[in-house]
Design a protein around this ligand. Structure first.
Ligand code: NAI
Length: 479
């Protein structure tokens, strides 16, 4: 029986775009995305979608109300669908066993229990959330322990590889679609059904099937490899700064090796986003539980290097500003964890902002796509500060980059938004305190031009100018 109705539990950064593209490419299937958050569903049904993703608005506009629906009626959607995606969040646990490392599966479990309580008939349940290896076993246990007569389940692993900022293109032209399932006739039949859905637009050769556990581990492995490349090049950026080598030149030379390739070799203030850190921590925790401490330590180092990079950049700002930023005005350009998204989860900008605020700076923040309420929320969160009122009084959020940079001592660039490369830096320089500093945490600006204008410029992985503090006081610690 071909699939006629799909339900997706979780209308987030993955569930929303994935199901929108599925509805676009499968007009013969009705896709209903459900969420327990009324606010999120209301936004999906409005003109202003809850997430910013290039190309998403057009896809939703075409399909919504036709074969794409957003609803809070989770029970009906589950009951009617033959195929159910679980696309809920799997954050790092914040308390209890595995705190700070293990994935918190309470939302996946909640979704599984909801399916078990309302399902009637046969269901294919698809794990799209990123989960620890063998999570499918737990989901199946919950489903089968609550089994009703006439109901049977097949569980598949189908991890999502989209990247925020390019999600629509990633979904339309996926490098691969991974489907893991049981090696039984029923398991293979379920794989075939899900594969048929993707075959509406993905060539069969790019649909890879395997056992469930390999599929679950492959997602963690892919994120670990990607993050590892960033930490590797970032570690070399520190060597470059200490020696006079240029990390962009090193990255170019290394990336031209066809065995290595050029992607994910851009040194920066560090990686962010909701996935890399949590997924690697999850991998580390799994390795520890499997009594593989050497493997755990190996992957932990990818995270440690990222923390080091964020701290190194923040310290560079403070050191360059004569070792104190107390009372100084600093413009933070970019708050999202990367360009073309409004997502701030684990954004390096949060780390940099917190360090500068702790040192007494006043921040002027501008990001083209992050709401001011989100910035306030991130910086006044109890995990960030026990003095939210002080933080609020030390931050001003701007709606344009020129007002954010007016009268400041320094500009700290944290997100690689294209618009930051096209600003009128001559005009900005005129309006800033002198000496005027630019700290380019993404290596996207024209540094020569900025220096010519009169800025003191620092970036990652390249020594542009001797720090002014060194020239003034000849600190023996600095080259
Ligand atoms: P998200 O936090 O944006 O969305 C999850 C949604 O699930 C929320 O709206 C929440 O209200 C809803 N939810 C939780 N429990 C529910 C329940 N029992 N019933 C109904 N709704 C429920 O998370 P995001 O970013 O979409 O991630 C989802 C999963 O996909 C995670 O496991 C993540 O690791 C993975 N992933 C995320 C990627 C990304 O770029 N954000 C890329 C690839 C995978």
């Amino acid at each position: 029986m071909p699939i006629k109705k799909i339900c997706c539990i979780g209308a987030g950064y993955v569930g929303g775009p994935t199901c929108s593209v599925m509805a676009l490419k499968c007009p013969d299937i009705t896709v209903t995305v459900v969420d327990k958050s009324r606010e999120r569903i209301a936004q999906w049904n409005s003109e202003k979608l809850p997430i910013y993703e290039p190309g998403l608005d057009a896809v939703v506009r075409e399909c919504r109300g036709r074969n794409l629906f957003f609803s809070t009626d989770i029970e009906t959607a589950i009951r009617e669908a033959e195929l159910i995606f679980i696309s809920v969040n799997t954050p790092t646990k914040t308390f209890g066993m595995g705190k700070g490392r293990a994935a918190d599966l309470k939302y996946v479990e909640g979704a599984a229990r909801m399916i078990a309580s309302v399902a009637a008939g046969d269901k294919i349940v698809v794990e799209k959330s990123t989960v620890p290896v063998r999570a499918a076993e737990s989901v199946l246990k919950i489903l089968r322990a609550n089994n009703k007569p006439g109901v049977s389940y097949q569980i598949l692993s189908n991890p999502e590889f989209l990247a925020e900022g390019t999600a629509i293109d990633d979904l339309l032209n996926a490098d691969r679609v991974l489907i893991g399932g049981e090696d039984t006739p029923e398991g293979q039949a379920a794989i075939h059904e899900l594969s048929w859905v993707y075959e509406h637009w993905i060539p069969r050769s790019r649909i890879v099937t395997m056992n469930t556990w390999s599929s679950e581990l492959s997602k963690l492995a892919a994120n670990a490899f990607l993050a590892q490349r960033i930490s590797s090049i970032n570690s070399l950026s520190a060597v470059c700064e200490a020696t006079g080598a240029d990390v962009s030149e090193v990255a170019k030379a290394v990336g031209l090796d066809s065995r290595i390739g050029s992607k994910f070799l851009q040194a920066s203030v560090g990686f962010g986003g909701s996935c890399f850190q949590k997924d690697i921590l999850n991998l580390v925790y799994i390795c520890e539980c499997l009594n593989l401490p050497e493997v755990a330590a190996y992957w932990q180092q990818v995270i440690d290097m990222n923390e080091y990079q964020k701290s190194r950049f923040s310290e560079k700002v403070i050191e360059s500003l004569f070792n104190t930023v107390t009372g100084k005005q600093i413009a933070l350009l970019g708050f999202a964890f990367k360009k073309n998204t409004g997502d701030t989860r684990e954004s390096p900008a949060i780390h940099v902002a917190k360090t500068l605020l702790d040192e007494g700076a006043r921040l002027h923040i501008y990001d083209p796509k992050v709401d001011s309420s989100q910035i306030m929320h991130d910086l006044t969160h109890p995990m960030m500060t026990d003095q939210p009122e002080n933080v609020k009084n030390s931050i001003e959020i701007h709606s344009d980059p020129y007002s954010a940079t007016s009268g400041v001592h320094a500009i700290v660039l944290c997100t690689e938004w294209d618009e930051f490369t096209n600003l009128d830096y001559g005009k900005i320089y005129e309006g800033m305190m002198k000496p005027a500093y630019v700290f380019d945490g993404r290596k996207i600006l024209d540094h020569k031009k900025l220096i010519k204008i009169g800025f003191h410029v620092q970036t990652i992985g390249k020594r542009l100018q001797r720090p002014l503090v060194n020239r003034l006081w000849g600190s023996p610690n600095q080259v």
